[in-house]
Design a protein around this ligand. Sequence first.
Ligand code: SF4
Length: 161
Amino acid sequence: MECRRCSNCCREPGWLIPADWEIIAKRLDITQEELLQRYLVIDYLADKTYGYRYVLAPVKVFQQKPLAKPGQRVPWNYAHLEGKCIFLKDNLCSLHPDKPVECREYQCMEHEDKQIAIAKIVDPNEYAKEVLEGSKREEIIKLWQEIGLERYVIPLREVFS
Ligand code: SF4
């Protein structure tokens, strides 16, 4: 499908798998650590059964400012903040064809109504449930479990207790 540069898909940057972390760092000719500290954030799913489970994603920016601090865990309401992916340039992906797995697999316009409905959910438990049902995020989370992203996480006020 031809990209029409609407950039709708890049309002919510796709999650990386561990291999993407390496590939994108090589593409930008920086270390994986530098990539994390300059361009990525630690996103997560959290629920009462598993607690916090972490992944990496490009940081969202708004008016050229990051909406979360690169290298750190995003705040719980991050998914609801309006912004665009830091790698979006002139409404095209500057990482293409090395974009994160979720971006590569994104089906443009498909389930658009469903995505809008999910974006309006404010309860984090409900949000995680809806996202998991409509994506492969459970599989992506499993790929990150051996990487130990917890070491980068600075404790915030926990949402789940
Ligand atoms: S990595 Fe590329 S395709 Fe994915 S959200 Fe960012 S700009 Fe869009």
